[in-house]
Design a binder for this molecule. Structure first.
Ligand SMILES: Cc1cc2nc3c(=O)[nH]c(=O)nc-3n(C[C@H](O)[C@H](O)[C@H](O)COP(=O)(O)OP(=O)(O)OC[C@H]3O[C@@H](n4cnc5c(N)ncnc54)[C@H](O)[C@@H]3O)c2cc1C
Length: 477
């Protein structure tokens, strides 16, 4: 009898793991178990008036690097090439990003020449920060906060404006708590290997296996900065589901896993309320904190390591305006914590993907709320009415973008614990988990945003690597 692999969680990581398992030359029996009625996890696209698309989670995927190329390969394998909406390198959404500081929008410098020009809100041209970076010695600690790393290498302004905002934009997190080693491994590695981040990024660029496909070649030739799908990014999990079902994968929805126990023969019993499944191997693609609560007593040290990986909430407010114009054209802007503790940034969805504006078209922007403002409200245990987020978002759109008229359409979603936080020492938690799994020879493999990257590309890669480990072939880079 063939092996049975049960994959926990039908977000993009669990779907990717199931996909790669099902495509093995001699595939095991695969059962994907999702707790909710919907697949895709945080990837969710909804249609609004005139068929406009509103992304409640991710809205753009980066094609750069080996992982970006792998995702494009997956898109082609699923037959989605004609659905791809690219943002080409010469487009304003690829070239312009802004910071909102001191009550005004400031374009971040682009290109080499930009480094030599004065670029407010920074008091000096960024060339000086680059010079400091090139001459700063290598750090000695095994990990450091993003803020401390950036302050040491690039100076206090870049740390408290640029890196603070970047951490809010990518992780909805605090640069004074997040780990450089785990959140930005390429920067950490560049310093370790080449003593300088700039040198490391320059010398290290272009390495690694070069995947090839027509879509990848197009993305490189047109220098895409990101892409989406015509019907929204949720098309990707939906296509994965169709593919999995066609390959005989059993996809269970609305079946939250409520416990895992080890049988005498070393197999898992996966409890689903009033029924259960037996598995030779489990791939967990649910958040680390969820898995920590499912594990049996024998795995208490693993549960402890996993429960120490926190996550933060984000309120996503999608707004649409009729007959309105933005004051600038770009991907969007970020807001450092010193400017506003609650507004993380605003994405100008219509600039990057006007094809999704609906008919008649309306200007779409998304305000991301979170940070210490939301954490404090959550810690107080206050009731968090949607109206609060709507007002806060409309106020931000009015003051930061001049969108003073009421929106014609508004969606408010509070995503609780949606982004894992790789805080200082995250690597030690991963090491503890890996060591425990190896020493106990537990037939359990971890995948998902909780571990080594929160971007959609990272999650897909974590699923691919998990599948390769289960199948006994090491992932090849
Ligand atoms: C607001 C927001 C904006 C983002 N923007 C971007 C972006 O623009 N670009 C980008 O690359 N990335 C972005 N990300 C990050 C990226 O979308 C996520 O990190 C990624 O989708 C996480 O996928 P996952 O499968 O690891 O986890 P999840 O999506 O959390 O999936 C886990 C699944 O497990 C299920 N589950 C939980 N408990 C159980 C249980 N007991 N039994 C069974 N199933 C269970 C859940 O229902 C869920 O479906 C964004 C994230 C958010 C929240």
């Amino acid at each position: 009898m063939g092996r049975t692999v049960v994959v926990l969680g039908g977000g993009i990581s669990g779907l990717a793991a199931s996909y790669h398992l099902s495509r093995a030359p001699c595939p095991p029996k695969v059962v994907l178990v999702e707790g909710s009625e919907r697949l895709g996890g945080w990837i969710r696209s909804v249609r609004g008036p005139g068929d406009a698309i509103f992304e409640l989670g991710p809205r753009g995927i980066r094609p750069a690097g080996a992982l970006g190329a792998r995702t494009l390969l997956l898109v082609s394998e699923l037959g989605l090439d004609s659905e791809v909406l690219p943002v080409r390198g010469d487009h304003p959404a690829a070239q312009n990003r802004f910071l909102y500081v001191g009550g005004a929008l400031h374009a971040l410098p682009s290109g080499l020449r930009g480094l030599f020009r004065p670029s407010p809100p920074f008091s000096k041209p960024l060339f000086w920060a680059g010079l400091k970076e090139l001459t700063t010695p290598r750090g000695k600690d095994p990990d450091e906060t993003v803020h401390s790393f950036a302050q040491r290498r690039l100076g206090p302004e870049v740390a408290s404006l640029a890196m603070d905002s970047l951490c809010r934009g990518v992780f909805a997190g605090n640069s004074r708590e997040l780990s450089i080693r785990s959140c930005f491994p390429s920067l950490f590695q560049a310093e370790q290997t080449h003593r300088s981040v700039l040198l490391g990024l320059l010398l290290g660029a272009g390495r690694g296996p070069q995947l090839d496909s027509a879509l990848i070649r197009r993305a490189r030739a047109e220098r895409w900065s990101q892409w989406s799908l015509r019907g929204g990014l949720e098309t990707l999990p939906q296509a994965l589901n169709t593919h999995l079902t066609s390959r005989g994968v059993r996809v269970l929805r609305g079946q939250p896993v409520c416990g895992l126990s080890l049988q005498a023969e070393g197999r898992w019993k996966v409890s689903l309320g009033d029924s259960s499944l037996e598995a030779d191997h489990v791939v967990s693609a649910v958040p680390a904190s969820v898995l920590s609560r499912l594990l049996p007593a024998q795995a208490a040290p693993l549960a402890r390591a996993l429960s120490a990986i926190p996550a933060v909430s984000v309120a996503v407010v999608n707004l649409q305006y009729r007959g309105a114009r933005l004051p600038v054209q770009g991907f969007g802007h970020l807001v450092p914590s010193s400017e506003d503790p609650g507004v993380l940034g605003i994405v100008y969805d219509s600039v990057a993907f006007p094809e999704q504006d609906g008919s008649p078209p309306g200007l779409r922007v998304t305000v991301m709320l979170g940070g210490s403002w939301l954490q404090t409200l959550e810690a107080r245990g206050s009731v968090l009415p949607q109206e609060l987020f709507r007002q806060q978002a409309q106020h931000a759109a009015a003051t930061q973008l001049g969108l003073k008229e009421p929106p014609s359409h508004c969606l408010v979603h509070l995503h609780k614990n949606c982004i894992p936080q790789y805080t200082l020492g995250h690597w030690q938690k991963l090491e503890a988990a890996t060591q425990f799994l190896a020493s106990q020879r537990l037939p359990l493999t971890l995948a998902g945003a909780s571990y080594e990257g929160v971007a959609v590309n990272d999650c897909i890669e974590s699923g691919r690597q998990a599948a390769a480990r289960v199948l006994g072939s090491e992932p090849n880079g």
